[in-house]
Design a protein around this ligand. Structure first.
Ligand SMILES: [Zn+2]
Length: 402
């Protein structure tokens, strides 16, 4: 029975620069180009044409779960990924360590603080009482990222975020419906946490040497957790997830995939690609497919760094691809969404997609990039269709009808 590796380069798709190149089209990537030449290509929109996906909804879709039906909010997915033992009724948020000056958000990522430094700051804000019977629990994940849990009775995720996604005055959380008592209680608790965290972090000794202090926690993606049917129950396949970022492990774990922890898989550009490749090969023995995620393509896009994104793609080709190729199985390569460098944000442009394997019908496309793949035989693949294509490739697709 054949198997598959799905490599997702986060935020891979891009728009042409002044010379007409994207980081992917300009990158030296002989392995991916060879696979494109030998296999079939197309474009992929993880949710639908023109829709701007988040990394959470897009991955649900890549794993065959319709995001309209199964999306619990980003917070719970991040928390599951960070192996936080969520309890029924917990409200989970995606959190950022940030820099706030004179009430204004100066940097939403606190200068992209290192994971190590973030840990040092986090020890001051691990747990606070933020209302009658309500605890706020903070846990750092990768770089500036973390999770915040509000635990207590009668809480609701129906509140506004304190991370406005731009550098404006730090907003207060409000209930979406002013008459909703549980939401009011939750927003008040969150605002109390924000205040306490700022007060405590401002005094942290680690801030003495920093040009801009790490002095705030901003949150978004509130949600509560509920269990869903596992991938094995729904589709009869076992998948493994190899990723550095908590969010991706969270989405995978939520749908019942196995999480393979890899030493050195950091979710940053320094991630140990060789170690990830080796872990993927090993996981292939015991799973029908292995999902491998790299994050830095997206991070560089958000920072507007064309050259760095290009070089990281070349590094993936050089350091990860040779090992994945040794798996001797179907390989699918795409992105979860486009993050054009010049926009520094996700966009609704489709990602290039390639599929290579013994049963793949070869098309005329010889290069893996946004332009060439537009002419590929797969056409425009949307939403959970990619997962169906993978199931068919590994002969696990169920017949529709008789
Ligand atoms: Zn993404």
């Amino acid at each position: 029975m054949s198997k598959a590796i799905i490599l997702v380069m986060d935020g891979l798709g891009d728009l042409p620069d002044a010379k007409g190149y994207t980081p992917l089209s300009a990158a030296l990537k002989p392995n991916m180009d060879r696979l494109a030449d030998e296999g079939a290509t197309g474009l992929f929109s993880s949710i639908g044409a023109g829709i701007v996906p988040g990394s959470d909804t897009s991955h649900l879709s890549i794993f065959g779960y319709e995001q309209e039906k199964y999306y619990p909010g980003r917070g719970p997915l991040e928390a599951i990924g960070a192996r936080f033992p969520l309890k029924e009724g917990d409200i989970a948020f995606r959190a950022n360590l940030a820099t706030v000056e004179n009430g204004k958000i100066w940097d939403r990522r606190a200068g992209r603080i290192t994971t190590e430094d973030a840990k040092a700051f986090s020890k001051y804000i691990q747990k606070f009482k933020v209302g009658t019977g309500i605890d706020a629990i903070f846990q750092p994940t990768v770089e500036h990222r973390g999770i915040l849990i509000l635990r207590g009775k009668n809480l609701s995720p129906d509140i506004t975020p304190t991370d406005p996604h731009s550098n404006i005055a730090l907003p207060k959380s409000m209930p979406l419906d002013p008459k909703d008592k549980a939401a009011k209680r939750t927003a008040d608790a969150l605002n109390k946490f924000t205040k306490m965290a700022m007060h405590t972090l401002d005094k942290a000794k680690e801030n003495k040497d920093r040009r801009r202090p790490v002095n705030a926690v901003i949150v978004r993606g509130a949600g509560t957790y509920s269990k869903v049917d596992s991938m094995f129950q729904r589709y009869g396949v076992r998948g493994a997830c190899i990723a550095g970022g908590a969010l991706y492990k969270g989405v995978a774990s939520y749908v019942g995939m196995d999480i393979v922890d890899v030493k050195g898989a950091t979710g940053t550009f320094e991630t140990d690609l060789k170690a990830k490749g080796k872990a993927a090969l090993q996981a292939l023995w015991s799973h029908d497919f292995v999902f491998v995620h790299v994050k830095a393509t997206d991070s560089f896009s958000h920072d507007g760094k064309f050259e760095e994104k290009k070089n990281f793609i070349a590094k993936v080709d050089k350091e990860l691809m040779p090992t994945l190729l040794r798996g001797n199985c179907n390989i699918i390569i795409t992105g979860d969404h486009s993050t054009p460098v010049k926009r520094r944000a996700h966009s609704g442009d489709p990602c290039p997609l390639l599929i290579s394997g013994p049963d793949v019908r070869r098309d005329d496309v010889k290069k893996f990039d946004e332009f060439a793949c537009g002419a590929g035989a797969l056409g425009h693949v949307k939403g959970t269709e990619l997962f169906n294509i993978m199931l068919n490739l590994i002969e696990k697709a169920k017949m529709c009808g008789t």
